[in-house]
Design a protein around this ligand. Sequence first.
Ligand SMILES: Cc1ncc(COP(=O)(O)O)c(C=O)c1O
Length: 391
Amino acid sequence: MNETHWQERLVRLAAAGLERRMRVVEGAVGPIVATPDGDKLLFCSNDYLGLAAHPALRSALCEGASRWGAGAAASRLVSGNTGAHDRLEKRLASFMGAPRAVLFPSGYQANVGALTALTDAGDAIFSDALAHASIVDGCRLARAEVHVFRHRDAAHLGGLLAACRAPGMRLVVTDAVFSMDGDVAPLAEIADAAEEHGALVYVDEAHALGVMGPGGRGLTASVGLADRIAVRMGTLGKSLGLAGAFVALGENAADLLLSRARSLLYTTAAPAALAEAALAAVDLVEAGDDLRAALARNVDLFRALAAKSHLPVLDSTTAIQPVMVGDAAKAARVSRDLWNAGVFVQAMRPPTVPEGTSRLRVTLTASHAPGHIEALVDALARALRGPEGKA
Ligand SMILES: Cc1ncc(COP(=O)(O)O)c(C=O)c1O
């Protein structure tokens, strides 16, 4: 087999410090994970509330598999839709205070499916410059025209909306908490700008669900805007500790997804056992004020220790605490040094982040202990100084 083309591309990636390799984990997710290289302190999962290995979710998954079997065996629109999926959709809709919720097998599929199904040629989508890749790809696949507004800049959004001549509907899309920077969208200003120009708003709550708002209902709920946001996407694979996603929205928009969202129609349903576990996860999240408080304490501790050690952290108050490096190859080197020191933090490099802004994406969870965070900051300070003791 001739692989020359692909080999050349890989060599170019490696030369730019952009080659990627997967790490292997050999046990349940927690503050410490087993790996073939020994135990590592884990600081790059999205398990913000520490639910991924929770006993209630493990047993819901096992009991679900006993009742429903392992796989759904078809798309939900064929025969893969079970009572468990239906109950979960109803629970998520009432939890989010929305008329309906529609489940997808992943957040990536939810964004791609919803953005393409809810817009048409003649419409216009307005997306934040640092929107998640799944939003970017949804915009690329949509037939609507796409406008990108400067990151968190509602005034720029307003200008683009005012100048837009598309004859159809306008949809503004933003992450609630940005996955690589950990900063928060100015939702009230975005909603104001959108309403002034007759646009609807779509918020990706992936990193806000579970950790923000009353009962973990997300950023929109925390700023009291649920009535003004037409579409909210939430993931089950982050704070809820499982996998999958949902879109919370109105009756007509939900029915449109069932008829048009290709990433829902043309993919196998998630197992019913997962839906059973997600029902248990929503209960834990709703009752999880103590977990949210523990997470907030851990974020505060990390930020205090990082400031003391002069780590180049961004100005984020969320569980996502990027430590900036700049150069992609250096970020990969720092991540390797951390691994060798027993700390698992991934480097984020282009195209995941803009050129020249490679970073270590540190994430904190409710289940980290203060000692874990002290060890992290210590290891970060040493790894950033490098083998010669200089940055
Ligand atoms: C903001 C954002 N949206 C969507 C997704 C995709 O979610 P999932 O991992 O369930 O596909 C992610 C996570 O990767 C994310 O960070």
